[in-house]
Design a protein around this ligand. Sequence first.
Ligand code: SAH
Length: 249
Amino acid sequence: MVSLWRVSFLVALGVTVIACAPPPSVTPTPAVPVPTPTTDLFTARRQQMVADQIRARDVSDAEVLRAMETVPRHEFVLPEFLDQAYGDHPLPIGNSQTISQPYIVAAMTELAQIKRGDRVLEIGTGSGYQAAVLSVLTDQVYSVEIIPTLAESAAARLKRLGYSNVVVKNADGYNGWEEHAPYDAILVTAAPDHIPPPLIAQLKDGGRMIIPVGPAGFFQTLWRVNRRGDQIVSENIMGVAFVPLTRGK
Ligand code: SAH
């Protein structure tokens, strides 16, 4: 997990190293990449993204805004879309899939009301970006991706960036991830045409599921599903457009 204080510490360390001569003979190996002038440029764009696209709309949870300011979205997009990494729209990630629009990632994260210690399941790892945002807010994130190459590349990317509290599995997420259930929160980032019963079964009492439901290729409805004992309460949040949840053979 990449925490802000650790990044700040590394920035401070970097400044000290540059300012002092000679440099210390032992340079600690950083757990997260030391910001370079390139990432500084992206930091400004990321702050702008949060201000203009997320805070200016209806997302106000300070922790969610902090997570969106922290996670380097440009690391999760294809090189040819680098200059659009902080744009107000989804982007292709290969295999006919997309990384969601930043606002949708933030809104879904806020709706899930994640607090530290929560066990979170994501269905549809894609690039790993949503999983990284979730991992800033808690310490156990499980993510399931049906396309093997995406699962593999997202797992490698998350590891390289230091998001060690995210575990990725290549499987059909319709079935959830039984082994680590029950979950405090489940986020589904591909749209099924009905709520998969296994996901309801794996939701903890008091747990929240954020899920787009609707026909493939059209707009769907984003639902927040709350489990209270055996009672399921669903709230219709907004219209959204997601890639379909496909099924394994
Ligand atoms: N959350 C991703 C974007 C999701 S795009 C991100 O932050 O980048 C939707 C993803 O869901 C795609 O990668 C797609 O392959 C995956 N998907 C579709 N059906 C699935 C299923 N049944 N189980 C798991 N993943 C699925």
